[in-house]
Design a protein around this ligand. Structure first.
Ligand SMILES: [Zn+2]
Length: 223
């Protein structure tokens, strides 16, 4: 039997840092909602950021069925989807892209260039694999992702910072930080009450990341 491996057993995602009242988002002109895939036992998170005039999506689900469910939530805002950001290379974060691209042909789809390269290496293989498993519940075509290596995304009047090259469930994860709301969209870097997906990392890589983190903290304390 084919091993079904997705990273979404690692969930977690979105943290409100010390300012829960900002979650509603009215003061800052946008609100944030986490869509978690129902029914596929992977609990894949996508984050929907609703601005005054537009919507941004972080991560695009694995199955066509659940991408369509997330799409429905976006449609209910009555605002166009203008940006999709992909946090890392795992299939449960990008395979659903075709659903959003079809619904919003002008949407800008972006990820760090090293992540785009990694996705493009496996994109068709992942489609083939999940079509065998899910049949019509799977997506069927490759969608182009734009290489984007900036340090921040401008979304309406907000600046959303990109934290890059982070060890998470790969050695090349990213996270988004929204300073005005003190919200961290952590992708598959921070895990809560789930078993961490470890198939793409090993103890050596994780130890190295811990040591790097400890060094960074030490340096910060010295300053
Ligand atoms: Zn992952």
């Amino acid at each position: 039997m084919e091993r079904i491996a997705v990273c979404s057993a690692v969930i977690s995602l979105l943290f409100l840092i010390s300012c829960p009242s900002a979650f509603a988002g009215e003061r800052h002109g946008f609100s944030i909602k986490v869509f978690t895939s129902p029914g596929d036992q992977f609990w894949i998170n996508s984050v929907i950021i609703e601005g005054t005039h537009e919507v941004m999506l972080v991560d695009a689900q694995l199955t066509k069925t659940n991408a369509e469910r997330a799409l429905q939530e976006i449609r209910e805002t009555k605002k166009p989807l203008s940006i999709i950001y992909i946090t890392h290379e795992h299939a449960d974060h990008f395979l659903g892209l075709e659903v959003f691209r079809e619904a919003y042909p002008r949407v800008r789809i972006i990820a760090n260039s090293s992540i785009v390269d990694r996705i493009n290496e496996v994109y068709q293989d992942k489609i083939d694999k999940w079509q065998k498993i899910l049949g019509s519940g799977a997506t069927s075509r490759v969608v182009a992702i734009e290489r984007f290596d900036g340090n921040f995304i401008r979304f309406e009047s907000s600046r959303i910072e990109i934290l890059q090259h982070i060890q998470g469930d790969t050695d090349e994860n990213t996270m988004l930080w929204i300073p005005g709301k003190r919200v961290l969209i952590a992708g598959d870097v921070v895990v809560n009450n789930m078993h961490v997906y470890t198939a793409d990392t090993d103890s050596k890589a994780r130890l190295l990341a811990l040591e790097r983190g400890a060094k960074a903290n030490l340096n910060a304390l010295k300053q």
